[in-house]
Design a binder for this molecule. Structure first.
Ligand code: XIL
Length: 339
């Protein structure tokens, strides 16, 4: 059986999000899995503003540098994640001597942040999520956050402006969840169209892809991919996983928290359920292949079931969301995807 990256080599890259330090937190079997199955890696956390830039005059490049060095060694591309987000964002950006910082100061800090990260990783990043999750989940347009409070809704525009200023040679992406669904899709299209009308560069749109077993929005995806492509953007599935344990929260808002409930698959996932997962992953990749001229990357949010964020979000449970099990063995979904 070909590896995932071999199987889709002519269609799109196969990506994976990795947390921690590659040089010390991964077993040989895991490192082998990364380098054989995937062609693109994304830092799961360490490039987020709060981690890479914890204080105004301090950057922490050690962990992302480690990931970049690993990628070089194995000829993998790196996609950065993310320059501007309302989560995992340090408070100092928005504060000025105990008071909310004025717009100009927050803009200046944002520009400096973007400048430093993009300059440090020039030549190392293929692309980066410039803004993550800016669209409102409710009826509003831009999500209300400290970014809109301090700067205004045009923080998105300003972030893309700064990214274009310092990101020569790095592709610039807008990334969000549930933007394949009609309500958020319309707003995502409006946002990207507005940015482009202002002459700004948006090279790709990332559909996160945190879906639930038996609820994969195939029909909506089939519409969303060509509609995004018609804006002159490449399309990426950036954070794919299929949640196997029922959760109430749709989408992927990281602050959503659910109270503890049953943990049905703590001793393993039944074959019949794994077969359903295989069928749905297979159908997804069939759909991606049909749209392959628009798609540049399909990336999983985690290397294997044991490393998925869905084991702890939005509550602690034993999940089985990815293609490889906790021992790095291929699950039935791998054969379905390859087929
Ligand atoms: C998640 C990480 O996987 C977790 O380790 C962290 O605790 C919270 O963030 N959408 C995104 C990702 O864009 O950055 C989030 O990653 C998952 C939802």
């Amino acid at each position: 059986m070909p590896s995932l990256r071999e199987r889709f080599a002519d269609a799109f890259e196969i990506g994976v999000a990795l947390g921690g330090k590659l040089s010390k937190d991964y077993t040989p079997a895991e490192l082998e899995l990364i380098s054989t199955q995937f062609s693109n890696i994304t830092p799961e956390n360490c490039m987020k503003p709060a981690l890479i830039h914890p204080e105004e005059n301090r950057y922490d490049f050690a962990t992302p540098d480690d990931l970049v060095a690993f990628a070089r060694q194995y000829w993998l591309n790196v996609t950065g994640h993310c320059l501007v987000w309302h989560q995992q964002c340090p408070d100092w950006i928005f504060a000025d001597q105990g008071k909310p910082a004025p717009r100009d100061l927050v803009l200046q800090r944002t520009r400096q942040h973007i400048r430093q990260v993009l300059s440090w990783y020039r030549g190392a990043l293929q692309g980066i999520d410039v803004v993550n999750e800016a669209i409102d989940d409710g009826p509003g347009y831009i999500r209300k956050s400290k970014w809109t409070q301090c700067i205004g809704d045009d923080y998105v525009e300003m972030a893309f402006r700064f990214a274009a200023e310092f990101g020569e040679g790095i592709r610039l992406y807008y990334n969000d969840y549930s933007i394949e669904m009609p309500e958020k899709r319309e707003k995502a299209i409006r946002l990207v169209r507005d940015l482009k009308a202002k002459g700004l560069r948006v090279d790709g749109i990332g559909i996160q892809g945190h879906w639930m077993l038996d609820k994969v929005p195939f029909t909506e995806l089939d519409k969303a991919i060509p509609e995004f492509a018609a804006l002159g953007c490449k399309v990426m599935i950036t954070e794919l996983d299929l949640d196997m344990v029922r959760r109430e929260t749709s989408g992927a808002n990281p602050t959503a928290a659910e109270s503890a409930r049953d943990d049905p698959y703590v001793n393993g996932c039944p074959d019949a359920v794994l077969a359903r997962q295989a069928q749905q992953y297979g159908e997804l990749f069939h759909l991606f292949e049909r749209h392959q001229r628009h798609i540049t990357r399909v990336a999983f949010w985690g290397l294997h079931d044991g490393r998925s964020w869905l084991n702890s979000w939005p509550r602690k449970r034993t999940n089985h969301a990815l293609l490889f099990d906790r021992q790095c063995r291929p699950k039935p979904a791998v054969a379905a995807v390859v087929a």
